[in-house]
Ligand binder design. Structure first.
Ligand code: ASP
Length: 590
């Protein structure tokens, strides 16, 4: 036996016991002839001490230890002279009798402590060393705990965890597929699933009326800090349910997770907001409702004063920023430049200040009287001391989206986005379809298997664009603090409706048969009404820990270029492999 205790468990009550620990040398230092060693494992750190008058060979071994050596150490638990209240084991230390070096280590490229001196890149290259650090260990421990709670909850509700294949046929959900060449079927490819969507629906047809899976999904998208090409979903589906049943079930799951994992009570029932309200008030389909500063439409209030920018706009909206009347010219200029960045895309920013002395000051003083400006500010629900920011344009949703981005930025600057405050809600009543000007066709807002609301079937069967645009779906998203954590819908379970959906999406009968024949056929064999959803597990974990980036919650993540720099992947494959797969690589353009 290498050890009888871990490095995180000994306390004052253990004083007098003889123990053996094993772990990594975090650091060692000499102090007046004594050697102190911090021994680490994933449970914690325990201080070891070799007295000045210990056996010479022991002193010599203790002195020879380098960082990250793996040792086994035996000694007596003693009370510390100077206690360390910050460490759970800080009341005791181990007076060593022997040290056994189990393995040496070369000098690590960065110090493996909670606050590491290693940059992102070097830590990614030596991820297995980074994973020895406390913050990453707690991140993965949280992830484990969450998965455990999810399985417990769903199991208690009768869900079965069923695995679905990774080598499938492309299931478009708005992203590109990763593809895998087939050796046995030359010229043909598998696709890695963007989600198990069609399989879980087939499981419903098969009668497994409560399914879930904590499952890897693959999407070949351009990456941002919070996206990974492979990520994990809590994927669920239920039969004989309406939207209400699905929302209740998974609200319950999230409530249990919040309570059991981080001790947070979330509202019961959770608030719900329609997609239309979310866009109108927050300029986002994943509103951060930890703070107000809602968007107000002021189109009618601003027209007719000869200011062409606003007179010509189809939509004018405003947000009121608390305390903003204090902003200097320079600060306002800086915010204006900020909204003009391509990431936001505004042409400019109009402001009205409601000064503390009752006066108003704005960038449009030339066109409006102070009374008119006050009346506009009132619609935006501004108070004395606030500034209102105004944006306008030809497309309502576009302006709202820009105001929404500004709102988040101002909320952040005002400290209103505390990651330890949790404001979850459901967004419901999504439009079924989204028109793309660019491609001149409709796309499914969620995915092509989402059902239109029964009361909107006439519009769905109409061939008029305005009618189709009005169709809503029983689709829903679980949103937390400005992040979409999950989403799903009630599905189509009728072959004809599914065929009509493909038609609306401009997918002809032949293409539909080729790509989705299997599911259309399945629907002809008694498909039950069904619906479900999926949560982005990595992100749920990150947000529970109050973190923005999901990377620390994945043991071996990819970087922003989609590379695993530790194993150096993706990589070329050799000619023999290419030949076997019947593949030729074209010369790659510089
Ligand atoms: N498959 C969907 C997604 O990955 C979730 C669902 O509709 O259940 O977003």
């Amino acid at each position: 036996m290498y050890r009888d205790h871990t490095c995180g468990e000994l306390r004052i009550a253990n004083v007098g016991q003889k123990v053996t620990l094993a772990g990594w040398v975090q650091r060692s230092r000499k102090l007046g002839g004594m050697t102190f060693i911090d021994l680490r494992d994933r449970y914690g750190i325990t201080q070891l001490v070799v007295e000045a008058d210990a056996e010479a060979s022991l002193v010599e071994t203790a002195t020879s230890l380098g960082r990250e050596f793996v040792i086994q150490a035996t000694g007596e638990v003693v009370e510390r002279q100077s206690k360390n209240p910050k460490m759970p084991t800080g009341d005791i230390e181990i007076k060593l009798e022997s040290i056994n070096i189990l393995n040496k280590s070369v000098t690590p490229p960065f110090t493996i402590e909670d606050e590491s001196d290693g940059g992102e890149d070097i830590r990614a290259k030596f991820r297995y060393l980074d994973l020895r650090r406390g913050p990453l260990q707690s991140a993965l421990a949280l992830r484990h705990r969450m998965a455990h709670e999810v399985r417990n909850y769903l199991d208690s509700k009768g869900f079965m965890e069923i695995e679905t294949p990774y080598l499938i046929k492309s299931t478009p959900e708005g992203a590109r597929d990763f593809v895998v060449p087939s050796r046995m079927n030359p010229g043909q490819f598998y696709a890695l699933p963007q989600s198990p969507q069609t399989f879980k629906q087939l499981l419903m047809v098969a009668g497994y009326d409560r399914y879930f899976q904590i499952v890897r999904c693959f999407r070949d998208e351009d990456l941002r800090a919070d996206r990974q090409p492979e990520f994990t979903q809590i994927d669920c589906e239920m039969s004989f349910v309406e939207q209400e049943d699905v929302l209740n079930m998974f609200e319950g799951m999230m409530r249990t997770l919040f309570k059991n994992v981080i001790g947070v009570d979330i509202p019961d029932p959770l608030p719900r907001m329609s997609w239309y309200d979310a866009m109108d008030k927050y300029g986002s389909d994943k509103p951060d409702v930890r703070f107000g500063m809602a968007i107000h439409e002021i189109t009618d209030k601003v027209k007719g004063n000869g200011f062409s920018v606003l007179d010509d706009a189809a939509y004018v909206g405003a947000i009121a920023v608390p305390g903003g009347a204090e902003y200097t010219r320079k600060q306002i200029d800086e915010i204006t430049e900020w909204v003009k960045r391509p990431q936001v895309g505004a042409k400019g920013l109009i402001y009205i200040k409601l000064n503390a002395d009752g006066s108003v000051k704005s960038s449009i003083d030339k066109f409006y009287t102070p009374e008119q400006l006050k009346a506009i500010a009132e619609v935006a629900e501004a108070k004395t001391g606030d500034i209102i920011f105004i944006m306008s344009g030809p497309q309502k949703r576009k302006v709202q989206t820009m105001l929404g981005v500004l709102r988040l930025e101002m909320g952040g600057r005002l400290g209103l986005r505390d990651p330890k405050v949790f404001a979850p809600l459901w967004i419901v009543d999504f439009p079924l379809l989204e028109w793309s000007e660019e491609d001149g066709r409709f796309y499914a807002m969620h995915h092509p298997f989402t059902a239109p609301k029964p009361e909107h079937m006439d519009w769905f069967n109409s061939n008029k664009k305005e009618d189709l645009e009005r169709v809503c779906a029983n689709a829903y998203d679980f949103v937390l603090n400005g992040n979409e954590l999950g989403g799903g819908s009630i599905r189509i379970h009728n072959a004809d409706v599914q065929k009509r959906m493909f038609e609306v999406l401009g997918i002809g009968p032949e293409e539909a048969e080729y790509k989705f024949g299997f599911i259309i056929h399945a629907f002809q064999f008694g498909a039950p009404p069904h619906g479900g959803l999926a949560f982005g597990f990595d992100r749920v974990c990150a947000l529970f820990a109050g973190k923005e980036s999901i990377r620390d919650f994945i043991a071996f993540p990819k970087n922003n270029q989609g590379r695993d720099v530790m194993i150096d992947s993706p990589s070329e494959i050799d000619q023999a492999q290419l030949d076997e797969l019947n593949l030729d690589i074209r010369p790659i353009a510089e």
